[in-house]
Design a protein around this ligand. Structure first.
Ligand SMILES: [Fe+2]
Ligand SMILES: [Fe+2]
Length: 472
């Protein structure tokens, strides 16, 4: 079951050959996917030979094979984690029932919505990042970008498989629409706001893979707990790929921070722009921006949808089965932020209605870990500067803090006062122009752009100066 035959038209470990109808439907969608990739995937990349990993097995450590691949020939396929015999619905009002192998009729609409919303983010990020290859800071980084891109393409396949296999005609229609909505499109934008932003520079790309792919990690984790077993198994395997995306983000931001700290120490100033570096205060602003828009992705603090998805057994909490409680949450409560007398205070909600807030809090704690490591590298360089995640009230567009004006420290302010300070907190037009001005392609193996430190090691045991992408 686990091993994947890459020679099939659609590599898979779901026995596609035994389901002719489904196979035909997916084979019809495949050329449409490839058209989308060629039109809206990474620009001018089709002829490059890229040292990529391809999934060949879903179990154990040896699931990937590394080799030079042209991206349009990447083996996008359908890989589910192995079935766990006797698995149950582990939370909500169906707790203890056998996990569903088919869509429960009464929850069809909710499940489809969850799958479509997740699926839509996958091609969106490829579209958002499509021009970055033209301005890569090294071949090592170019490979990382392409690896993330092909895997987001595969994540789209993962969700489209579920739609085709379990949702009949409306599933097929949803699969079509995945290729019709586009990031930033005025008429048919992607579903979630953060997936319509343009990622036009590599600092944003690293912030994206650190913060936005980490949102993906938490969404996938909670879907990997689903009582709908095919969704759980799909998401489990997607998480193994997602881990690499966050590695790209954490080490990417980490290398920009390291270089900034080096230059600051060398020139004894934070103002390293005259030396062609990205200064730490600018990095902080980008962090404020990306972190805050990602907090919105978790939805409202008080959410009946979130409560319903949980009680229905469709979407659990982060590491649900490791939490020590009744997994039904009838009487449980959870702290949520409220605004009281013009200040952020702590209120209480039912744990069910606050399910989004709990996931957001788990996410914030996870984000902090990387920030701590970045700060250590700043201290190690002997530079007096600390990066901090802004308060969850800062720069929000969904929930309690929507239309509030909070400082990064969490102080609620008047609109005018906030706007007068915004240039200190969020990237300005000038900041963006400056960062963009540094983005020039570096194509010599082993060479790095001046604003980023080299990685500690190469990929898959290869040296840093390995030719990770053969450009054509
Ligand atoms: Fe993904
Ligand atoms: Fe990802």
């Amino acid at each position: 079951m686990a091993t994947v035959d890459l020679n099939q038209k659609i590599p898979n470990n779901v026995g596609l050959a035994d389901d002719r109808r489904l196979q035909r439907a997916l084979e019809k969608w495949q050329p449409e996917f490839l058209n989308w990739w060629n039109e809206l995937g990474p620009v001018q990349s089709a002829a490059n030979d890229v040292y990529l990993r391809t999934a060949i097995d879903v179990s154990g450590a040896g699931w990937a094979q590394f080799d030079y691949v042209r991206m349009p020939e990447y083996r996008w396929g359908i890989f589910l984690a192995d079935k766990e015999e006797g698995r149950e619905v582990n939370f909500g009002s169906h707790k203890g029932e056998a996990a569903w192998q088919d869509v429960p009729g009464e929850y069809r609409a909710e499940l489809r919505r969850l799958i479509v919303t997740q699926g839509d983010t996958e091609p969106a990020s490829v579209e958002q990042q499509r021009r970055l290859g033209m301005i890569c800071p090294s071949l090592y980084d170019l490979r990382s970008l392409y690896q993330v891109n092909v895997e987001e393409g595969r994540h789209l396949w993962a969700m489209v498989y579920l739609l085709h296999a379990y949702f009949g005609r409306d599933g097929r229609e949803e699969a079509e629409e995945m290729l019709q909505r586009h990031a930033g499109d005025a008429d048919k934008p992607r579903i979630l706001e953060a997936f319509n932003e343009n990622t036009d520079n590599w600092l944003s790309f690293f912030m994206f893979t650190y913060f936005q792919d980490r949102d993906g990690k938490f969404q996938l984790h909670s879907l990997a707990e689903s009582g709908f077993d095919p969704l759980a198994r799909t998401c489990q395997f997607m998480l193994t790929e997602e881990a690499h995306h966050m590695f790209v983000g954490e080490t990417g931001v980490g290398r920009v921070v390291k270089r900034a700290a080096q230059m600051s120490a060398e020139h004894d100033t934070l103002d390293i722009r005259p030396h062609g570096g990205i200064d730490l205060p600018t990095i902080q602003k980008y962090m404020n921006f990306h972190f805050s828009i990602c907090l919105d992705l978790f939805g409202q603090e008080h959410s009946t949808n979130g409560a319903n998805y949980y009680s229905m057994g469709l979407k659990g909490r982060y590491l649900e089965t490791k939490i020590d409680d009744d997994h039904v949450l009838t009487d449980a409560v959870y702290n949520v932020p409220i605004i009281e007398n013009g200040k952020v205070a702590t209120g209480e909600d039912t744990a069910l209605l606050a399910i989004n807030e709990r996931l957001r809090d788990d996410y914030i704690a996870d984000c902090q870990r990387g920030v701590d490591r970045w700060n250590k590298s700043i201290r190690d360089a002997g530079v007096d500067f600390e990066l901090t995640l802004p308060h969850k009230a800062f720069h929000r567009n969904i929930g309690t803090f929507r239309s509030q004006y909070a400082s990064p420290g969490g102080e609620i302010m008047e609109k005018d006062a906030w706007e007068a300070k915004a240039h200190e907190w969020l990237p300005t037009e000038d900041d963006r122009k400056y960062v963009l001005s540094l983005m020039a392609p570096v194509h010599e193996p082993g060479k790095m752009a001046n604003w980023i430190a080299p990685p500690d090691r190469g990929i898959h045991g290869q040296p840093i100066e390995f030719e990770y992408v053969r450009l054509h």
